[in-house]
Design a protein around this ligand. Structure first.
Ligand SMILES: NC(=O)c1ccc[n+]([C@@H]2O[C@H](COP(=O)([O-])OP(=O)(O)OC[C@H]3O[C@@H](n4cnc5c(N)ncnc54)[C@H](OP(=O)(O)O)[C@@H]3O)[C@@H](O)[C@H]2O)c1
Length: 324
């Protein structure tokens, strides 16, 4: 597995997102032993970047990741997130007040069974707390050795620059894939100017780009894609056609559609480390193999020219929390 640097943090350029093991997607929480085996297989295959968050579950995903990493902690770059749950008495999140951050980190350390977090992200920008105060609290946690690097998620260019002026930001994690090209216009240029790494989440378009999703009826009642505009009504067919065009290129070169989607992302820069999510061993093997898939300039150009996915990437309440 090739490695890249997110600023000064060395990571495998394909990571593993653990969210779907405990949260959001059809089948979450039904086979934790398989999820643990998936994490172990990922590490065997050279994956170092493991991604979780306090809010996944909530809490159960960090517990699962902590269990899987027993005896393997020093082999990974462990990333988690705070800020969608309030620990300071607000009725609900987002809450990135210093008091909430301080409480959140203690909980995450306990659940993850570790005494340091490699990369600690603010999950969403908190309109109720100036970013300078949040990053000030994070800088103290760095000084105390509880966290090693600071990250932001779905933050806009202004927030990123303000945060970075207080303490270096190592990475920004936002949605980026053949379905979601938004970061290209405003966020990636700022990251490159400031030498901040980029971690694309949902790099497989929440499963759509693998070709495995053919109908919304595949989703269980508790699958969060049921109220996601990309997966509803006419948008579904438009996006299915788009996924089929990726699958056509994959068929030409004997790769899987998911591998092509990941290889396209990897070709977008040496500062990019996507974190495809799966709870299955065979799929982590498939996804990590994208590391050795080299697309031609012509294939990359055809993929880059695909139209955007139809529909917002989240429901309206969640969209309000994203700085774009
Ligand atoms: N910062 C944020 O706000 C944020 C938001 C969302 C996600 N994330 C992080 O990013 C990670 C990845 O994003 P994501 O999980 O939302 O989306 P994703 O990686 O685009 O897609 C995950 C979905 O694709 C399926 N899948 C994975 N590999 C596959 C393959 N080879 N063939 C067929 N299906 C496959 C998975 O199902 P199975 O599990 O059944 O294989 C799952 O349903 C998450 O785990 C999480 O850590 C962060």
């Amino acid at each position: 597995m090739k490695h890249i640097r997110l600023r000064d943090l060395d990571v495998s350029r394909i990571g593993l997102g653990a969210m779907g093991m405990s949260h959001g997607y059809t089948g979450f929480g039904t086979d934790d032993e398989q999820s643990v085996r998936t994490i172990h297989r990922a590490i065997e295959l050279g994956v170092t970047l493991i991604d979780t968050a306090e809010v996944y579950g909530p809490y159960t995903n960090e517990e699962l990741v902590g269990r899987a990493l027993k005896g393997r902690r020093d082999q990974v770059v462990l990333a988690t997130k705070f800020g969608l749950i309030s620990h300071s008495g607000r009725e609900s999140g987002p809450d990135s007040s210093p008091a909430s951050v301080r409480a959140a980190v203690e909980g995450s350390l306990t659940r993850l069974g570790t005494d340091y977090i490699d990369l600690y992200y603010q999950h969403r920008v908190d309109p109720g707390t100036p970013i300078e105060e949040t990053v000030g609290a994070l800088a103290e946690l760095v000084a105390e050795g509880k966290i090693r690097h600071i990250g932001l998620s779905e933050a806009g260019p202004d927030t990123i620059a303000r945060a970075h002026a207080v303490h270096p930001v190592t990475a920004v994690q936002s949605e980026y894939s053949l379905f979601t090209r938004d970061p290209e216009a405003r966020v990636l240029p700022v990251l490159r100017e400031l030498n901040i790494g980029f971690v694309p989440f949902s790099p497989l378009g929440r499963g759509f780009l693998t070709g495995a999703i053919r109908s919304p009826e595949q989703f269980a009642a508790d699958d969060f894609r049921n109220d996601n505009p990309r997966f509803s009504g006419e948008n579904f067919q438009h996006n299915l056609d788009l996924a089929d065009r990726v699958a056509a290129i994959a068929a030409e070169i004997g790769a899987t559609p998911g591998q092509v989607a990941l290889a396209w992302l990897l070709a977008q820069g040496q500062d990019i480390a996507p974190i495809p999510g799966t709870r299955r061993v065979a799929r982590v093997e498939e996804n990590t193999a994208a590391d050795s898939l080299q697309l031609t300039e012509e294939q990359l150009a055809r993929l880059s020219a695909l139209p955007a996915a139809a529909g917002d990437t989240h429901n309206p309440a969640q969209m309000k929390l994203m700085e774009r």
